[in-house]
Write a protein that binds this ligand. Structure first.
Ligand SMILES: Cc1ncc(COP(=O)(O)O)c(C=O)c1O
Length: 462
């Protein structure tokens, strides 16, 4: 059906409250309205095509327009549209729980479904507290997470988010959360106060992991329940773990009996070429939180996956985990997730990422000849390009400059050139790229060419 663009524009401006959106931007320009998708491309209401360089929001692993997933949703809705998981079950939730447990490393065998990522994070934190209350360590409740990391917007998930600017309007938040340094190797010297310069990644990884032990010691191990870490931290622009980081974190968590939560809301389901990021980097979490790619976005779904040890106290007598969401594990979503994972297996989606990630990296690294590109980093189909004023000194932009560069110019210019991605200034200014996992060299080239034109222009405007 054709869309009446003018009518939609006006209705959007009059009624739609967009998320994380500076609405004044649309006083003088159109709201971008996307109406259709096919493979890694999306089209706006006026018929213009864009490469979906962010998989929507790290979600559309298989790209758009997969009729098998739409059919799976329709079939399930016809058969059983809704049943909660509150003391009842339905087949696709059971089958998906079994399947996800089978993919998850070690004895991460217990799957608690949610509607999205933030709810999975809430669930993990509440489980950590509840578990320790039931096992004789009732004071263990505090959470450690990393600077600049994003874990969601509900009050708990926001509390462990390391972005003061996102939190200020909502303080006071949930108390008892503490931040440790992240693994931004490009800025290792600043992060370690000049102690390390980043030339020895293992030393930096060891140092960064040890800061978790310092935080636990400072708070008292008998008060700390969990540490929340992404395999590759998104906010700040893709910080992969330095070698040895996670094995040292695991040792620390074991030493202090602190639960390691791998927040894989972005990193799971192929983003890094494996079902889970923990698998890629070879560590064993106590919980995994995931969402987004589990359904490739054809329906909303999240999950918290816990080890057998963490569920054990809830398996006897009157104990129960007094927690749940009406739409957690929705039948349509779990049916779609099963069909999504079938395609992952039948079409070798993980293999595609592993086979092509080197080419993706190499293509993006071509941009390093531009005087505004300081760093290209990431793994899998998940990269950040950090923009700097000076590549030699790594001098970054001040807040006003970053605002002008990213919001004033880059976001719109990339979109105008046909690339949907994200220019992010939650840490140092970065362009984030996380395309659908079906992308190949032609799409990498298209991204590089558009970025080259736009970043070149950005530099000339400085
Ligand atoms: C690491 C991480 N955790 C949690 C969340 C929150 O997920 P949601 O927006 O589905 O609530 C996000 C969202 O991007 C995320 O990247």
């Amino acid at each position: 059906m054709p869309h009446d663009h003018d009518r939609l524009q006006q209705a959007a401006k009059d009624h739609l409250w967009m998320h994380f959106t500076r609405h004044s931007t649309y006083d003088t320009s159109d709201v971008p309205i996307i109406v259709r998708g096919e493979g890694p491309y999306i089209w706006d209401a006026q018929g213009k095509r864009y490469l979906d360089g962010l998989s929507g929001l790290f979600v559309s692993q298989l790209g758009h327009g997969r009729t098998e997933l739409a059919d799976a949703a329709a079939k399930q809705a016809r058969e059983l549209a809704f049943m909660p998981l509150w003391s009842y079950a339905h087949p696709s939730a059971i089958e998906l729980a079994e399947r996800v447990a089978g993919y998850a490393p070690g004895d991460l065998n217990r799957v608690f479904f949610t509607s999205g990522g933030g709810e999975a994070v809430e669930t993990a934190w509440k489980l950590a507290k509840n578990y320790f209350k039931l096992t004789g360590k009732p004071m263990k409740h505090k959470v450690i997470s990393r600077a600049i990391a994003y874990h969601g917007t509900s009050q708990g998930a926001l509390s462990i988010t390391g972005l003061p600017g996102l939190k200020a309007q909502f303080e006071p938040l949930v108390p008892s959360t503490f931040r440790v340094p992240n693994t931004n190797s490009y800025r290792a010297s600043e992060i370690t106060g000049g102690f390390l310069d980043g030339s020895d990644p293992e030393a930096f990884g060891r140092w960064a992991a040890d800061q978790i032990a310092v935080a636990i010691e400072n708070e008292g191990a008998d008060t700390v329940a969990a540490v929340f870490l992404e395999p590759v931290q998104n906010a700040g622009g893709c910080f992969p773990p330095p070698p040895g980081y996670f094995s040292r974190v695991r040792e620390i968590c074991d030493e202090y009996d602190v639960l390691l939560v791998s927040d894989e809301v972005i990193c799971a389901f192929g983003r890094l070429g494996h079902m889970f990021g923990a698998e890629r980097y070879g560590y064993q979490p106590d919980m995994i939180t995931c969402a987004k790619g589990l359904t490739s976005g054809y329906a909303p779904l999240g999950a918290m996956i816990a080890t057998d040890r963490l569920m054990e106290p809830f398996l006897h007598g009157h104990a129960s985990f007094a927690h749940g969401y009406t739409f957690g594990g929705h039948p349509v979503s779990t049916a779609v997730a099963m069909a999504n994972l079938d395609i992952f297996e039948n079409e070798g989606v993980l293999e595609n990422v592993r086979d092509n990630e080197g080419a993706f990296r190499a293509t993006l690294e071509r941009l390093k000849d531009l005087p505004i590109v300081g760093d290209v980093r990431g793994d899998g189909y998940f990269f950040g390009i950090e923009l700097v004023k000076d590549v030699v000194t790594k001098e970054t932009f001040n807040d006003a400059e970053a605002d002008e560069l990213l919001r004033g110019f880059l976001s719109k210019a990339l979109y105008d050139e046909g690339l949907y991605c994200r220019a992010d200034d939650r840490g140092d200014p970065v362009v984030q790229l996380a395309p659908p996992l079906i992308c190949t060299q032609e799409h990498f080239d298209e991204m590089e060419q558009i970025l080259r034109v736009v970043l070149d222009k950005a530099h000339s405007l400085l």
